[in-house]
Every structure is written in structure tokens, then in C-alpha cells.
Write a protein that binds this ligand. Structure first.
Ligand SMILES: Nc1ncnc2c1ncn2[C@@H]1O[C@H](COP(=O)(O)OP(=O)(O)O)[C@@H](O)[C@H]1O
Ligand SMILES: [Mg+2]
Length: 581
């Protein structure tokens, strides 16, 4: 059949970002091999040999009456213009079609294939998906643009987010220019709260609560306060004592130049001894004044001292004996809750990764190497941070600290590169991608204090990370619960099946193209099927993400299959032991 003969469709309206088409008979209009759907492409030709490619956004049926009184139905299609093919070349943007358009029909497969193949130079092509309506057409993105800006992957549970993340990262690790052996230069850190990704990356630098070593002394002032102070209350006294203790203790432990020592402040990334801080605060809680308002105390060696904020190192070392008689005007026992809180945290076995001996000893360089997969014995393109064992009350500061270290790595590495070579043209030759699964858990759309730290750190990366070669990939099933500051900075989106209307509307508003409305008009997508949109994408497309191998471990427990088996025994003692650790 000649496809042109039976087509009976016309353009009935042209808007800057919409074309309306009336079709008499849908069966005749669509190609034999492909059913038209929301997301299918149309070609609209004008008299100047330009062809507009548009994507179908919705279908309507209009019932009318023929001259002879019989009813008829017409299909009204609305489509978004994507770009123009002129002289065989495709350009994005669609406002140059000569009006009136001459002919409208489904786009030719070869045409679409050619657009995807020719619009990108080969070494920029990065593909992980095929066109949903025709799996033989691979849909590449511009890999430089894709990773250089932030990426959002949204979809309800089970829509295929984790598999999509895994597929993209597996492809990244495999990409090579030239024929060298061993690892390429990709650097990815995955924040994995559900222990899903180790299975997909058996070779990864795998870090969980058992081998993670984070130095508490790299926490910044906000994180320290969130951890040690009752942040909902607003206790200046506690904050001042903490600040004084930490700044003085950093100075006390500092081994370098005395000029640098003077510059030490609350946020300096320098060692302090947490047990010495505790002793100091215990002391300060007990202090007493004498008649002249001085605070005298004696130490175990029998020496007498007068308290002075800049010169009372003994308070870090031992519990001193205050010899004054009045507690009025001093801390007067008011720090006791603070002391308790600090003591509980330091002694909490679950927080060994933060306050254990290893955290005191680890150097700055080792910390960075650990997080970036640069340790010789576990060198890897991808670091999986399995956070499933991190207690919920410190999850935010843990994520915050790690994110911040990685951001500041980019920031300072840029400075170093500029210092070493003034003509340096790009800021970071070791760019990093940070992947946050279930991003709404770290960067929620609310101001609750318990999320403040991680939210601030990640928002900063969202706003500034690009300059320093630190970009984000955020996966979430509840996009409407993610901080808008972060989400609005994403330039490329994979929108998988999204069933919640609030989430659909939210995503729709943030999508960069006029294509948002496709999201909620899209029929139910299959697992791994998504709308791929963004500045790295040649044509916004509904694609199928290629299956990944190996796969992330699923959270889906086959209840019925398990329940149908014979009764399983449980080792309660073994469970207790794990619990106690
Ligand atoms: N690209 C894909 N191709 C085929 N099946 C997929 C694909 N992505 C996901 N699936 C299927 O969907 C299920 C859920 O995927 P998953 O990535 O765990 O979803 P989510 O992380 O959104 O909850 C998987 O177990 C897998 O069987
Ligand atoms: Mg998942």
C-alpha cells in the first residue's frame, strides 16, 4: 500500500508550541507496523520542503454530524513541535514552518533513526535506551551534557528507577576512548539506603557501616550543632561552649605554623579530640566563681589555675577541682543535658564509624581516597555507600558530611589546578557524579531541622557543583517531596511511570520543555519505560531503558512464595547478636 494515499489528516491550528491536527480515520492514518500513541512522532511538511517533527501529546475524539444527518467522528491530535528537518538536517526548535502546512503524517522510521544517528558526534553519544515504539532505534544522549548537569530520575515504586540508575552507571564504567587496559576515569559515588547496588556492581568500592570510617572532626559547625545540641531548642550557652571547646582543642592539637594556628575556626577541617571536648564541657558545667569573679581550680598535680578561655588546656585533660564557692553567673549545671547527649553519642556503638578510634586516626587524604575509590586495594570507578545501617538520627549529617567532602574536593581541586597551571581550561579532570537513591529522604521539600544538614550540602552542590565537576543524579519516587531548589537545577529527566497526581503535576511544572503535559497524559508505562527529556536529549522521546546486568537486588520479597514453603526456623540468638552490635 502506498502510505500516502489513504491518509486523510490536516493541520487545523498552529501555535508556537502546539499543532492541532484533525484526522478522519485513525486506522488509515497510522502506519501498518506501528500504532500511534501519545509520544509517537509526526511529520508535518510545508511548501518550502521543510519538515516539522512533532510529538503527540494527546488524542481527542469529536463527534459531529454529516450533511445528511448521520453522526461522524473526528480525531483531534495535539502535538508539540520538536524541530525541523531542512535539507536533510535536523534542528531543534519549531517556529519556522511556512503556513499553511501542506501535509501531515506519521514520521518515517528512517527519518527518526537518522535524526538520532546524525545529530550527535560519535564520541559524544551515550546510549542506554531504545525508542519505545521501535526497539531497533537506539536513542543516544549527549554524554557530556548529560553528566555535566544534574539528572533526575522519577517514577513510582517498581517503575524501574534502580534498574535505570544501574544501567546508566554500568555503561559509564564501560566507556573507553582508545585501547587501554583497566579502569576508565569515571568517578561515581552512590548513596544507597536500601542495599540495592552492590549486586549490580560486584567490583565496586563497597562501603557500609562496618568499614566506613568518617572523621567526626570534619563535621562543620552546623553539623556538629545538629549532632550535639538540641537544635529545636536554641541554646546559645551550649553553642558558645561547644564552639570555644572545638576551636581551642583544634589549636591544642595543631602541629603546624603558629600563624595558621591563629586562623583556626569552628569550621576548619582539622583534628580535634572528641573525648577531650567531653571532659572540657563536663568541667565547664561544674565551674564556680570566687568573690572576685575569677574561676579558680586545682588539677590533680596540686597546681592552682585561673580559668581563661584561651589558656586553660587542663580542662581538656582531666576533671578539675573548682575552688570557688558560687555557681551564680556560671554555667551552673545547665550543661548537663548537653554532657549527656555528647556522652551518649560518643559511646553509641552504632556510631563507631564516626567516633571510633579509626575516626580519630584517619587522615584527610585517606578519607578522600576511601570515598572516591582511590585507595589502592579497593580502587574502583564506583563507590557504593550502603547507608542502610546508619541510624536514622545521624543519617542526615552523615550524608551531609560525605556530600560536602566530595563537593569541597571539587572546589579545592579546581583551585589547585588553577594554581599549578594558569592556562588550565577546565576545572576538574576527575569529575564526579553523586547518585542519591530515594533523594526525598535527604533533601525533602520541608524545613525540618533534622534534614537541614544534608539538604544544605546537597543544595549547594545543585547550585554550584557544576563549576567544580561535581554533579548529581537524583532518583525519587516522591518528586513532589524533593526540595524544589534541587529539582529545578536538573537539566535532564527520566520520567518513568508516575501514578500519584501530585507528583505528576510537580514534575510537569519543572520539566524544561513545553512537554510537561505529556507526563500526565502518558498511558501507563511499562517497567523501564520513560519519557526522556532534557538538554542532552536530541528529541524528547519515550524510551525503553536497556536491561542492566548484573541487576540491583530487588526489595520485592515474594511473600506468597515464601509463605507457601514449609515453616522456617529462626536463630533468635544470632538475631540478638546482630541487634546488639
Ligand atoms: N529497563 C528494564 N527493562 C525490563 N524490566 C525492567 C527494567 N527496569 C525495571 N524492570 C523491572 O521492574 C522491576 C522494578 O524495577 P526497579 O528498578 O527495582 O524499580 P524502582 O527502583 O523504581 O522501584 C524490576 O524488578 C525489573 O523486573
Ligand atoms: Mg528502587
Amino acid at each position: 500500500m502506498n502510505r500516502n494515499e489513504k491518509i486523510n489528516a490536516e493541520v487545523i491550528a498552529v501555535f508556537p508550541n502546539k499543532v492541532k491536527i484533525s484526522v478522519d480515520d485513525l486506522e488509515d492514518f497510522q502506519l501498518a507496523e506501528e500504532k500511534l500513541k501519545v509520544g509517537s512522532y509526526l511529520r508535518i511538511a510545508d511548501n518550502d520542503n521543510a519538515v516539522l517533527i512533532a510529538i503527540i501529546e494527546n488524542f481527542n475524539i469529536e463527534v459531529g454530524i454529516n450533511h445528511d444527518g448521520t453522526p461522524n467522528r473526528k480525531y483531534i491530535l495535539e502535538a508539540n513541535p520538536l524541530g525541523i528537518i531542512r535539507n536533510g538536517k535536523f534542528e531543534r526548535g519549531g517556529d519556522t514552518l511556512a503556513i499553511p502546512p501542506k501535509k501531515v503524517e506519521p514520521a518515517f522510521k528512517e527519518e527518526i533513526q537518522k535524526i538520532f544517528e546524525e545529530s550527535l558526534e560519535d564520541d559524544k553519544k551515550f546510549s542506554f535506551a531504545t525508542l519505545s515504539s521501535d526497539k531497533s532505534i537506539s536513542v543516544p544522549v549527549d554524554g557530556d551534557k548529560f553528566f555535566n548537569k544534574h539528572i533526575a530520575i522519577v517514577g513510582s515504586t517498581g517503575s524501574g528507577k534502580s534498574h535505570s540508575v544501574a544501567k546508566i552507571l554500568q555503561k559509564t564504567i564501560d566507556e573507553k576512548k582508545g585501547d587501554y587496559q583497566g579502569l576508565n576515569n569515571s568517578h561515581i559515588v552512590v548513596f544507597d539506603i536500601h542495599s540495592e547496588y552492590h549486586a549490580a556492581f560486584p567490583e565496586a568500592n563497597f562501603i557500609d557501616i562496618n568499614n566506613l570510617v568518617l572523621p567526626y572532626w570534619l563535621l562543620n559547625s552546623d553539623e556538629l550543632q545538629e549532632l550535639f545540641l538540641d537544635t529545636e531548642g536554641n541554646d546559645h550557652r551550649q553553642r558558645n561552649v561547644l564552639k570555644e571547646a572545638i576551636v581551642n582543642n583544634r589549636k591544642r592539637n595543631f602541629k603546624g605554623d603558629s600563624l595558621l594556628k591563629e586562623k583556626i575556626h569552628f569550621d576548619s577541617p582539622l583534628f580535634f579530640d572528641i573525648n577531650e571536648i567531653l571532659t572540657y564541657i563536663k568541667n565547664r558545667n561544674n565551674e564556680k566563681k570566687d568573690k572576685s569573679n575569677a574561676i579558680p581550680y586545682t588539677t590533680a598535680d596540686g597546681q592552682s589555675h585561673l580559668f581563661d578561655t584561651t589558656n586553660s588546656e587542663e580542662l581538656f585533660v582531666e576533671l578539675v577541682n573548682y575552688t570557688g564557692s558560687s555557681a551564680t553567673g556560671t554555667n551552673n549545671g545547665n550543661l548537663i543535658n548537653f554532657v549527656d547527649r555528647l556522652e551518649n553519642k560518643i559511646n553509641d556503638k552504632r556510631l563507631t564509624f564516626l567516633f571510633g578510634d579509626a575516626s580519630k586516626k584517619i587522615s584527610f587524604e585517606e578519607t578522600l581516597s576511601q570515598l572516591l575509590g582511590y585507595r589502592e586495594e579497593t580502587k574502583s570507578n564506583i563507590t557504593i555507600l550502603d547507608l542502610s545501617g546508619v541510624p536514622f538520627d545521624v543519617l542526615s549529617i552523615t550524608v551531609s558530611l560525605i556530600s560536602r567532602i566530595l563537593f569541597e574536593f571539587g572546589y579545592n581541586y579546581k583551585k589547585l589546578r588553577a594554581k599549578n597551571d594558569e592556562d588550565e581550561t577546565f576545572n576538574n579532570d576527575v569529575p564526579v557524579l553523586l547518585v542519591y537513591e530515594e533523594a526525598h529522604k535527604y533533601v525533602p521539600n520541608n524545613g525540618l531541622a533534622k534534614y537541614r544538614a544534608s539538604k544544605e550540602s546537597i543544595e549547594r552542590i545543585a547550585k554550584e557543583g557544576r563549576k567544580y565537576g561535581v554533579s548529581l543524579m537524583l532518583a525519587s519516587q516522591r518528586p513532589s517531596e524533593i526540595s524544589e531548589t534541587i529539582f529545578s537545577q536538573c537539566n535532564n529527566f527520566l520520567s518513568l511511570r508516575l501514578t500519584n497526581p501530585a507528583d505528576q503535576n510537580y514534575v510537569k511544572r519543572l520539566l524544561p520543555d513545553t512537554l510537561g503535559s505529556i507526563v500526565d497524559k502518558m498511558p501507563v508505562l511499562k517497567a523501564g519505560e520513560c519519557l526522556l527529556i532534557g538538554d542532552a536529549v536530541i528529541l524528547p522521546s519515550i524510551v525503553q531503558i536497556e536491561p542492566c546486568e548484573p541487576k540491583p537486588s530487588s526489595n520485592d520479597i515474594p511473600y506468597l512464595q515464601l509463605w507457601k514453603e514449609e515453616w522456617h526456623t529462626l536463630d533468635m540468638e544470632a538475631i540478638r547478636k546482630v541487634w546488639e552490635r
